[in-house]
Design a protein around this ligand. Structure first.
Ligand code: 5AD
Ligand code: SF4
Length: 434
């Protein structure tokens, strides 16, 4: 049996894709391997979202090549970088297989041909592929939380973003196959599923929209927690928020990437909403689900961004009071609309300064958000031992906050009630409440 080792970079979607790849390969007699030095096949499932993500992977490929000098192995590049860089990856001579996100069914044959000494590439994007019939091999170590991919690709052409080019057009997966997968997760003992798509609110399969799908998955089992990501401000509907409020097992957390607080920049980014629309959606969420956590993504220093635009982002952060945020500075991606149309004219120094200001602000907002939870009791899903001590457990609230507490009587997968005694900006420090 040939052993396959896969390193996964980038988003949760890629984690789900790696699980599909293991499933496809296991059916053809390969086995999963977690020790790179034992592997016959080494693959990286890659991310192109920012230049530094790609640079890190390129450095890693050189280390794979060192392994190949010691013994006979096959090196494969999967995912977004495979799709973006195509032949350039093969002609480097460093890799044997280049396979884009819609080519994974062909991996067994690509591996076979590469094994005979012929480098292989397949970066054809599909309009239909959703891998609906493939049951992923779960890689979550605790057996608690599983990802379910509900759609692939993206039809929004945000001007900074490479994803529509690397993942192709949007397509939704058969709703019944999603529900079946959620049932299967429950049977295997999973306690939480996260429904994944670049833009979950535009999910549509026959007459099932995202609100209906969310409801169908929530009905699978009352003890299965349901999360989803990512929502787009222009598309998140009142129905989705109402379904969240109706089912106690749908977690009260929405990841709602804002990208900028300036209308001028949002328009240049080709986001299809403005600041006022975004704030209205936040108000709606809080009206229907008062305790809903809201997190976001933001890009500092997009083309032509002025100090005034940057201040608008800071003020939006203050106005919303995000519970958490992923914060980046703009990285020009070749081939995108922004790369073709707008000069990348904010200096690296200025981008870094603005990003650091946003991070400092968000750190204080996260702390404030955690302080609001002092004294509250939450039901958390235990994920395992805390990093620091085997006598402490960690888990998350429905609002996606990390809790730690002293406990030797529960285990991963249990639901436990904890009371918040203290907090840092990243963690709620709790005690068992029952
Ligand atoms: N530069 C910096 N950040 C980016 N993102 C997407 N494209 C870029 C880019 N070119 C960020 C966005 C998105 C998150 C996944 O990555 O904030 O929501
Ligand atoms: Fe990276 Fe985006 Fe591809 Fe995910 S979809 S791997 S974040 S480029």
């Amino acid at each position: 049996m040939k052993k396959v080792y896969i390193e996964t970079y980038g988003c949760q979607m890629n984690v789900a894709d790696t699980e599909l790849v293991f499933s496809i390969l296991e059916k053809k007699g390969y086995s999963r391997c977690e020790d790179i030095s034992q592997a016959d096949v080494i693959m990286a499932n890659t991310c192109s979202i920012r230049d530094n993500a790609e640079q890190r992977i390129i450095g890693r490929i050189d280390q794979f090549v060192l392994q190949r000098q010691k013994r006979e192995i096959i090196i494969g590049i999967l995912g977004c970088m495979a799709e973006r860089m195509k032949e350039a990856l093969l002609s480097s001579g460093k890799v044997d297989i280049v396979a884009g996100p819609d080519s994974y069914r062909r991996l067994p044959e690509l591996l076979e041909a590469a094994g005979e000494g012929y480098p292989q590439i397949d970066v054809i994007l599909s309009r239909e592929e959703t891998y609906a019939d493939i049951s992923p091999v779960r890689t979550d170590k605790n057996g608690v939380s599983a990802f379910i991919s509900i759609m692939r690709g993206c039809n929004n052409v945000c001007s900074y973003c490479v994803v529509p080019y690397t993942r192709g057009v949007e397509r939704s997966r058969d709703a019944s196959s999603i529900v079946r997968e959620a049932c299967d997760c429950v049977q295997k003992g999973y306690k939480e599923v996260t429904l994944l798509g670049q833009n979950v609110d535009s999910y549509k399969f026959e007459d099932v929209d995202f609100a209906r799908l969310l409801e169908m998955v929530a009905q699978v089992s009352p003890s299965l927690r349901v999360r989803f990501s990512t929502s787009n401000p222009q598309d998140i509907s009142d129905e989705v928020i109402e379904v969240m409020a109706r089912y106690p097992n749908i977690c009260h957390h929405i990841h709602l990437p804002v990208q900028s607080g300036s209308n001028r920049i949002l328009e240049k980014m080709r986001r299809r909403y403005n600041r006022e629309w975004y704030l209205e959606r936040v108000a709606k969420i809080r009206e229907i689900i008062p305790d809903c956590a809201i997190s976001t993504d933001v890009i500092a220093g997009f083309c032509s961004e002025t100090e005034e635009d940057h201040q608008a982002t800071l003020s939006l952060f203050r106005e919303v009071g995000f519970d958490a945020a992923f914060m980046f500075y703009y990285s020009e991606r070749p081939g995108t609309l922004a790369a073709r149309k707008y000069p990348d004219d904010v200096s690296l120094e200025e981008k870094t300064r603005r990003l650091n200001e946003i991070i400092a602000l968000q750190n204080s907002l996260s702390l404030e958000s955690n302080r609001r939870d002092l004294g509250k009791v939450f039901e958390v899903l235990v994920e395992g031992e805390s990093k620091k001590s085997a006598e402490r457990l960690c888990g998350r609230t429905g609002t996606n906050k990390v809790c730690v507490w002293d406990d030797t009587s529960h285990k991963a997968g249990d639901y436990v009630k904890v009371k918040v005694l203290d907090c840092t900006q990243a963690t709620l420090l709790c005690e068992l409440a029952e």
